[in-house]
Design a protein around this ligand. Structure first.
Ligand code: UDP
Length: 239
């Protein structure tokens, strides 16, 4: 089994739902705690890119079931993500961590546009880069964006922070009392056993490009820092 290791550059994916603390909007206490954990890892020298979801504001597919046009609803979803990014930027800067938000939809007053090479430069200078507005395209998920951004900005691994679960299980732990946490598996095993780790597009992109992924629970004390610093928590999905 793989042990702890030190990363040079990582991509952290956080679900939007956590930012809302269970409600619509942003819960500043939660965002502050997340920022403090990211800041601790940044101070120790890990280069960090972050991709956040927007489930605490809008999900395109959900709005579609309530009668909205999918494309317009997805754009609302992407704009919601940007609000999460600005909240995280604010709390990171309160921790004295230089931070840049780069959005896939241009909005010069609030963020830089997505410029991959510039993002890498920021990280080399110790700045945390937050990629916002998803891919800028409807019909994509934040999971897929996380993998794409990790690949393009040459991160070694994608760290997927989950809420309510601390890794990949043999079955749904909420339904099956015998479900156990899997500490390590390959992409092939995940497909064979039909373990839904991430959405399929994201998963395929990771597997095809041999990008490792760690799925961990965000709720445990200091878990985000631990994951960013290379501690072996949750489940490692290796190529
Ligand atoms: N979204 C999109 N394209 C993207 C990323 C996100 O259209 O590249 C929209 C989509 O409507 C999605 C919403 O933004 O439902 C919020 O993202 P997601 O549901 O992935 O957030 P999470 O579940 O991670 O909080």
């Amino acid at each position: 089994l793989e042990t702890d290791r030190t990363y040079t550059r990582v991509l952290l994916k956080l679900s939007g739902e956590v930012f809302g603390g269970g409600q619509v909007g942003v819960d500043p206490d939660v965002v502050k705690s997340i920022a403090q954990q990211i800041a601790a890892a940044a101070r120790s020298g890990v280069q960090i890119a972050v991709v956040i979801g927007g489930g605490n504001f809008f999900r395109g597919a959900e709005l579609q079931t309530k009668g909205m046009d999918r494309v317009r609803a997805d754009y609302m979803g992407m704009l919601g993500i940007v609000m999460n990014c600005l909240a995280l930027q604010d709390f990171l800067e309160k921790e004295d961590i230089d931070t840049r938000v780069q959005t896939a939809i241009t909005m010069g007053q609030v963020a830089e546009p997505y410029i991959p090479r510039r993002a890498i430069r920021h990280m080399e200078k110790g700045r945390v880069v937050i990629f916002g507005a998803g891919m800028g395209m409807p019909f994509f998920s934040t999971d897929t964006v996380a993998v794409q951004r990790a690949l393009e900005s040459r991160c070694e691994i994608v760290l997927v922070g989950k809420s309510g679960v601390d890794g990949v299980y043999t079955a749904d732990p909420k339904k099956d009392p015998n479900a156990t946490l899997i500490e390590e598996l390959t992409y092939q095993e995940a497909v064979e056993k039909d373990l839904r780790v991430m959405d399929q597009t994201a998963f395929a992109l990771c597997a095809e490009n041999k990008l490792p992924m760690v799925v961990f629970g965000m709720e445990g004390e200091g878990n985000i820092t631990r994951a960013l610093q290379g501690e072996r928590i949750g489940t490692l999905v290796a190529p």
